[in-house]
Design a protein around this ligand. Sequence first.
Ligand code: ADP
Ligand code: ADP
Length: 232
Amino acid sequence: ELFVDFQKVFLAYNESEFAVEDISLQTRQGEFIAIVGPSGCGKSTFMKLATGLKAPTSGLVNIDGKPVTGPLKFVGMAFQAPTLLPWRTTLDNVLLPLEIVEPYRSNFKREHEQYVQRALKLLKTVGLEGYADKYPWQLSGGMQQRASICRALIHEPKMLLLDEPFGALDAFTREELWCVLRDLWTERKFNVILVTHDLREAAFLADTIYVMSKRPGRIVARKENPLAQPRE
Ligand code: ADP
Ligand code: ADP
């Protein structure tokens, strides 16, 4: 029933200091967690450990019941800076992860139309119907970030990692996208790890909030969110 399971995880990039220290953290299937803490405290390092991009110096990382032995495929990611490819339309940007995950599967071409329909449905959900054929420069910052979230979800990942995804947006757009994200998550029940500086954002979105301290990164507090939406 656990999804993320960190047991006494340490990671050092060099010999003098740990970047994260003694991290123990467990999430239930479908849980939305937020990690808050000052910059440099080890949040990105935590993300790398949770996706298999880094192996711990010591300790155990299990995801979905299995030890992590390399980069995980069932992960979607979105970051603060818009990273849409400028020479591709919104639709082709959203489809990109499928081309990376699926190219060697013979059925990719045959199922292409089905993937296009899935992408258009996601774009509609985030309020971007009518923008599928536009290029990134034709979209506002908020619209690019909506498209990035669609791209992160197109291959129906079990886990969504969000690293300050709304940090560059104005307050109004940010809160609108909180609602978009929460609706998507309520409908699909994927696991989410959100890294943010914004306590209001964490309180609005997450079931559980973890606070990391500065150097070396340790989890110093864990709070169940009393405002979390009841789930069945
Ligand atoms: P955050 O995402 O919270 O800003 P990071 O996980 O990026 O924090 O960094 C945690 C600590 O590890 C920082 O002190 C940072 O300087 C150090 N660090 C991060 N990446 C590397 C690396 N590749 N090599 C050496 N030190 C690193
Ligand atoms: P912002 O990030 O600038 O706050 P939003 O993503 O909230 O903008 O978009 C607000 C609305 O403004 C959109 O629904 C869209 O109708 C319109 N809009 C913004 N930028 C553009 C653009 N470059 N082209 C067409 N419409 C746009």
